[in-house]
Design a protein around this ligand. Structure first.
Ligand code: ADP
Ligand code: MG
Length: 293
């Protein structure tokens, strides 16, 4: 494109809060065939809240919430903040020290709290550590069918309960997906969350393809796989774990409210954190490239 066309396109983007860092991405965006979207913080608000507490037989709510929150205080994860916030609202003591703290990528947390070895995380982590969660499975499945993320907790190898955490879908997510579809662009949800929850969120917003249970270091590989299949990929994300995938995609698009790492790895930053601006950015590129032919 001519420098003038690029300048006009970039300027129009900036006016709409779409920060395009370089000319190449404005030229490439019109060729995008697949938009890959992260779930938490991209499609959803990224501020999850506790909605359900289901106890294992013989366990008291304060026991579960107290141990869970004491461990989650060590984590910066949005899911962890939800549990800690819930304990505070419920006036449950969670001041116990944590020893031998461990973060398991794509799984959760482990640590010794008040003499117990406490685990917090998904079914995969519980399986890996030999915790039998079958008594909680039905409750967790109900939460997941409601688009909630079930978090399992265990102490000394025995299940304590499952806490359901819900994250509200952004008001414009559904419209964003609709617009991309009408533009002939395929959409795909890529998340570390479990399949059932991811599919429920996908249904709410109209995304038809889901890749779930993806470990933080596997997101980039999923983008590469799509590229090898001939797709021109735009990746949209906000997290540290999205950064390699943002850099790998033909067009990396970061959510403005996201982490600095995501924003510096991306070609485009959506300052209003609105997923609908992904469609606007592609339209802008199409208009720019049409005008210069
Ligand atoms: P995402 O941010 O897309 O959910 P992560 O890799 O951070 O991806 O987490 C994957 C899954 O691991 C979460 O959905 C959750 O089930 C579990 N998990 C991660 N961190 C925590 C935590 N602090 N407490 C409980 N579970 C966690
Ligand atoms: Mg995210």
């Amino acid at each position: 494109a001519t420098p003038t066309a690029i300048m006009v396109g970039t300027g129009r983007g900036a006016k709409n809060g779409i920060l395009i860092k370089d000319a190449t991405s404005l030229e490439t965006a019109c060729k995008v065939t697949t938009v890959v979207l992260d779930k938490t913080g991209t499609i959803t608000e990224g501020a999850p809240r506790v909605t359900d507490v289901e106890l294992a037989p013989g366990v008291e709510a304060d026991e579960l919430v107290g141990l869970a929150s004491a461990l989650e205080r060590k984590s910066e994860h949005p899911l962890a903040r939800a549990v800690v916030g819930y304990a505070a609202e419920s006036d449950v003591a969670d001041e116990a020290d944590v020893e031998d703290f461990e973060q398991v990528a794509g799984g959760g947390l482990a640590g010794t709290v008040a003499g117990y070895h406490v685990l917090a995380g998904n079914a995969r982590l519980m399986g890996q550590r030999g915790v039998d969660i079958s008594a909680l499975q039905a409750a967790a499945d109900r939460m997941a069918a409601d688009a909630k993320t079930p978090l399992y907790f265990a102490a000394d190898g025995r299940p304590l309960g499952v806490i359901g955490v819900a994250d509200v879908v952004k008001p414009t997510s559904r419209r964003a997906i609709e617009r991309l579809r009408s533009m002939g662009v395929r959409t795909l949800l890529l998340t570390g969350d479990q399949a059932k929850t991811a599919r429920a969120v996908a249904r709410q917003v109209g995304v038809d393809e889901v890749i779930a249970g993806v470990l933080p270091d596997q997101k980039e590989g999923e983008v590469r796989r799509l590229q090898e299949a001939g797709e021109v990929v735009a990746m949209v994300g906000d997290g540290i774990n999205d950064a390699p995938a943002l850099a790998r995609a033909e067009v990396g698009i970061a959510i403005g409210a996201g982490t600095d790492v995501a924003k510096s790895s991306a070609d485009v930053v959506l300052q209003h954190s609105d997923p609908a601006d992904v469609a606007t950015a592609i339209e802008l590129s199409r208009a720019t490239m049409r005008n210069i032919k």
